[in-house]
Write a protein that binds this ligand. Structure first.
Ligand code: CU
Length: 149
């Protein structure tokens, strides 16, 4: 009887821990196909989280490291800049990483990215307490957003 009660408490604690962890969903991930000589490729996706989270980094099967970039007007010219410190994902708000705003840049490519390829992405997020979770997705490689054709 004592053992049974202990198990029940353990189950409740376990469920509590599960609910507290942010559920992060990554959808419509794609990577821009490259042309010869290109060293970096943009990666785009839609991110939704049940809790406020931060996109920390992205590892991929084709790049040595990644950066978060933001497009900004600079003297009438669109330029991209590195965005440091992670990208805030507000709770229950879908954040779209698109070619005109924030995006992930896969840097120092180890090979060309051809249209039709699949690029494995591992996206790391941290929650308010600094705890990290990783989401793995297969991104489609394409010259245009394959979800908007
Ligand atoms: Cu960029």
């Amino acid at each position: 009887m004592k053992l049974l009660r202990f198990r029940w408490v353990a189950l409740v604690l376990w469920l509590g821990a599960t609910v507290a962890a942010a559920q992060v969903k990554v959808e419509e991930a794609w990577v821009r196909a490259t042309v010869p000589g290109q060293q970096a490729a943009g990666a785009f996706m839609k991110i939704t989280s049940t809790e406020t989270a931060k996109l920390v980094s992205v590892a991929s099967s084709v790049s040595k490291f990644s950066e978060i970039h933001v497009m900004k007007m600079d003297g009438g010219v669109m330029k991209m800049r590195a965005h440091t410190g992670g990208l805030e994902i507000p709770a229950n708000t879908t954040v779209e990483l698109g070619s005109g705003g924030y995006h992930v840049m896969l840097m120092d490519l180890s090979r060309a990215v051809s249209a039709g390829d699949t690029v494995a992405l591992t996206i790391r997020f941290s929650d308010a307490s600094g705890k990290e979770t990783a989401v793995s997705v297969d991104a489609k490689a394409s010259f245009m957003n394959p979800y908007k054709q």
